[in-house]
Design a protein around this ligand. Structure first.
Ligand code: NHR
Ligand code: GAR
Length: 208
C-alpha cells in the first residue's frame, strides 16, 4: 500500500475528493495524513471526522521560508509518504524541499498551464478574454507551476462569468482529474521521460 500525504491551506475540497475516490475505488494506497500551514483550514475538520491524522505547521511561526520548509518536511517525513500531494496548498516551496520529494510531489493548478502560472488565475483568464479555462495536475519542480504535466481538463469560459462562477466550474473538473492522476501515480503507471509524463501502458489521458 502506497502512503499519501496531502498538504492543504484552506477548504480542502480537492483533498476530500482524493480521500473519497481512494476509498471508493480501493486504490493500492491510503491517505496517511493531512498537513496544513494554517490551523484554521476547514479541510482539517473533514480529515479529523474521517479519522485521518492531521498536523499543522504554521508558516508565520517560522523566521524564514527555509525554516518553515524544514519543519514541514520533518512533519511530512514522520508519516513516511510515497507521494506528497499539494491540494490548494498556498506556500511556495524552496529547492531543498522540492528536491527531497523529487518525482513524488504533485500539485493541481487552476489554469491550463503553461498559461497563468502563479496566483489569481481565474481573474487573469477573464481579463485575457480566454474562451477556455481549466486545471493542470503536474509534478512540482523548483520553478513555480512549471513541472511535468500529468493531466489537464478544460472548461468553457462563459460571457456571464465572474471569478467565482469560473472558479466553481474549474473546481468541478479539478475534483475529477486530481484523484485520477494520483491514482495513476500510486498504481505506478507514470514515468517522467525528459520532462514529459508518459503512461507505462501507453494509456492516454481520459482513457484509463
Ligand atoms: N513550490 C514550488 N517550488 N513549485 C511549485 O510548482 C509549487 C510550489 C508551491 C505551491 C501551488 C501553486 C499553485 O498551484 C504550488 C506550486 C502558492 C503561490 C504563492 O504565490 C503560488 C503558486 C502556488 C501556491 N504563494 C504565496 C507565497 O508567498 C502566498 C500566498 C497566500 O498565502 O495566499 O508563498 O498555484
Ligand atoms: C483549487 O482550485 C486549487 O486548484 C487552487 O485552490 C483551490 C483549492 O480548493 N490552488 C491554488 O490556487 C494553488 N495556488 P480546496 O482547498 O477546496 O481544495
Amino acid at each position: 500500500m502506497k502512503r499519501i500525504v496531502v498538504l492543504i491551506s484552506g477548504r480542502g475540497s480537492t483533498m476530500e475528493a482524493i480521500v473519497q475516490r481512494c476509498a471508493a475505488e480501493a486504490w493500492p494506497a491510503h491517505v496517511v495524513a493531512v498537513v496544513s500551514n494554517r490551523g484554521d483550514a476547514k479541510g482539517l475538520k473533514f480529515a479529523v471526522a474521517h479519522g485521518l491524522p492531521t498536523a499543522v505547521v504554521a508558516h508565520e511561526q517560522y523566521g524564514s521560508r527555509e525554516a518553515f520548509d524544514t519543519a514541514l518536511a520533518t512533519t511530512i517525513d514522520h508519516f513516511e509518504p510515497d507521494v506528497v500531494v499539494l491540494a490548494g496548498f498556498m506556500r511556495i516551496l524552496g529547492v531543498p524541499f522540492v528536491s527531497r520529494y523529487e518525482h513524488r510531489l504533485m500539485n493541481i493548478h487552476p489554469s491550463l498551464l503553461p498559461a497563468f502560472a502563479g496566483l489569481h488565475t481565474h481573474r487573469r483568464a477573464l481579463e485575457a478574454g480566454c474562451k477556455l479555462a481549466g486545471a493542470t495536475v503536474h509534478f512540482v519542480t523548483p520553478e513555480l507551476d512549471h513541472g511535468p504535466i500529468v493531466m489537464q481538463a478544460a472548461v468553457p469560459v462563459l460571457a456571464s462569468d465572474d471569478e467565482a462562477t469560473l472558479a466553481a466550474r474549474v473546481l468541478e473538473v479539478e475534483h475529477q482529474i486530481y484523484p485520477q492522476a494520483v491514482r495513476w501515480f500510486v498504481e505506478d503507471r507514470l514515468r517522467i521521460e525528459k520532462g514529459i509524463v508518459r503512461h507505462v501502458d501507453g494509456a492516454e489521458q481520459g482513457r484509463a
